[in-house]
Write a protein that binds this ligand. Structure first.
Ligand code: SF4
Length: 451
């Protein structure tokens, strides 16, 4: 019997013993979504919301991995409470089709009227409308960039219907799709946002206009990268306008009207916040290796079969930064709010209150800090009936700071303000005893007052 001795190094001789190379980011993000699940595209509304909460690593990772947060929230038992209805979407689509009818003649007329540039309005047949179809988002974004370059070089009017723009978000590309971009003969590119909320007597709901401006700022941010390349390599310089055209139905009709919206402030905020996002690869690298947000969908492709507690444990591996603003902007808001309330985190009271409370991180710490000093100030002995931390007030000693040795800093101005408020409240109620404990909402229960 011949015996062959393997002379290769041990590592080469035993492939199974070789260290497995870490998965690439793309592979890791696929694992996080679940095998065979297509990544969910980010729209500008989602990007604007992400930019509004740059401290939330959870959202940055889930959006970066293309996880369907709505389906995840449903599987967690906390479905999102917002989103556009089918009727609103249908109404919006039909209004947009009307605005863009006849080669965008009405849209160009509105643009020329609201954002005059000194160039004559385009005549019929003078507006180019390039075909932007291509395979995949990368192909469509490249086709858009080429069309913008050609339109700028041509020096005429061009209407790009639903161009696709790439925006780098936390180190990975995201694709956003404005309703339209118009290239003027002077090389200025203007973003057009078409919304179905009405403009009554020339004014629209300020909150809706603000949301549209934040969305448009994401598009302008995406266009700026293309404009820089066109200017560097093209024949004529390109510039992205910092005023966008907002088109809405006029009064209560279906006729379009428009307004120019200055988005410089929103653009500066978007740039700053997107730059602050932690890179997705850093967040993914810090996760336990087997973490996944796979819902284990049943054969119907919609029903999640993975247990909710297992999913919740996976979600908890990534830090969140909950704030009440999440309720209007993120599908996971009810889940994150529930967890935040269970911990008694002061963030549930809003960013303003969180900032005011300084080093106090939980409601228990806040109540304990206020109760301590009020009890100190009590005229009656601490063990007298009805005062202090006796059996009649069992809540007071329970409100000590949670972490041992984590007593609040006496020099904290927030603490001084709290104690003063507690003293004033005690005086107003005619008692020097500790404040009446505030009932805490049970986990998962709706608080009728505080969102
Ligand atoms: S709801 Fe949760 S995941 Fe979404 S942004 Fe707020 S904290 Fe982050």
């Amino acid at each position: 019997m011949n015996v062959f001795r393997d002379s290769r190094p041990a590592a080469a001789a035993a492939p199974s013993a070789r260290p497995t190379p870490p998965p690439s980011l793309r592979q890791r993000l696929t694992e996080l979504r679940g095998p065979g699940i297509r990544p969910r595209a980010l729209d500008a509304r989602a990007l604007a919301a992400l930019a509004a909460n740059p401290g939330c690593r959870r959202r940055a990772l889930l959006d970066g991995a293309g996880v369907d947060k709505g389906a995840l929230a449903q599987a967690l038992g906390s479905p999102a409470g917002h989103g556009q209805s089918r009727f609103a979407l249908a109404r919006g689509n039909s209004f947009e089709a009307r605005v863009k009818a006849d080669g965008g003649a009405e849209l160009l007329r509105l643009l020329h009227a609201r954002l005059p540039s000194g160039t004559p309005a385009p005549e019929e047949g003078e507006v180019a409308a390039p075909d932007l179809a291509a395979a995949g988002p990368e192909g469509r974004a490249a086709r858009t960039a080429l069309a913008l370059r050609e339109a700028t070089a041509a020096g005429g009017w061009t209407l790009l219907d639903h161009p696709l723009l790439a925006v780098e978000v936390a180190g990975s590309p995201a694709y956003v799709e404005p309703d339209a971009v118009v290239v003027r003969p002077d090389g200025v590119w203007t973003v057009v946002e078409i919304k179905s909320f009405p403009m009554i007597d020339g004014a629209a709901d300020a909150a809706k206009v603000g949301a549209a401006a934040r969305q448009a700022a994401v598009y302008v941010h995406g266009l700026e990268g293309v404009a820089a390349q066109v200017t560097a390599h093209g024949e004529r310089p390109a510039r992205v306008g910092d005023r966008v055209l907002l088109v809405c139905p006029q009064d209560f009709s279906n006729l379009p009207t428009a307004a120019a919206v200055d988005i410089r402030k929103q653009l500066a905020t978007t740039r700053r916040q997107l730059a602050r996002l932690t890179r997705v690869d850093e967040i993914a690298a810090a996760l336990p290796p087997d973490t996944t947000f796979d819902l284990h969908l049943a054969d119907d492709g919609r029903t999640a079969t993975r247990p909710a507690d297992e999913l919740a444990a996976a979600v908890e591996t990534v830090d969140a930064a909950y704030a009440p603003e999440c309720l209007a902007a993120c599908e996971l808001a009810f889940h994150c709010r529930g967890r935040s309330r269970e911990r008694g985190a002061v963030e549930t009271l809003g960013r303003g209150v969180r900032g005011e409370l300084g080093s106090l991180r939980t409601l228990d710490e806040v109540l304990a800090a206020a109760a301590e000093r009020t009890a100190d100030a009590a005229a009656a002995p601490a063990d007298a009936p009805g005062h202090g931390a006796g059996p009649e007030h069992p809540a007071a000693p329970e409100r000590a700071p949670e972490a041992p040795g984590a007593a609040p800093d006496d020099t904290d101005p927030a603490l001084a303000a709290l104690r003063r408020a507690a003293r004033l409240r005690a005086e107003a109620l005619g008692t020097a005893g500790p404040p009446v404990p505030v009932p805490r909402t049970a986990p998962g229960a709706e608080d009728p007052v505080c969102r």
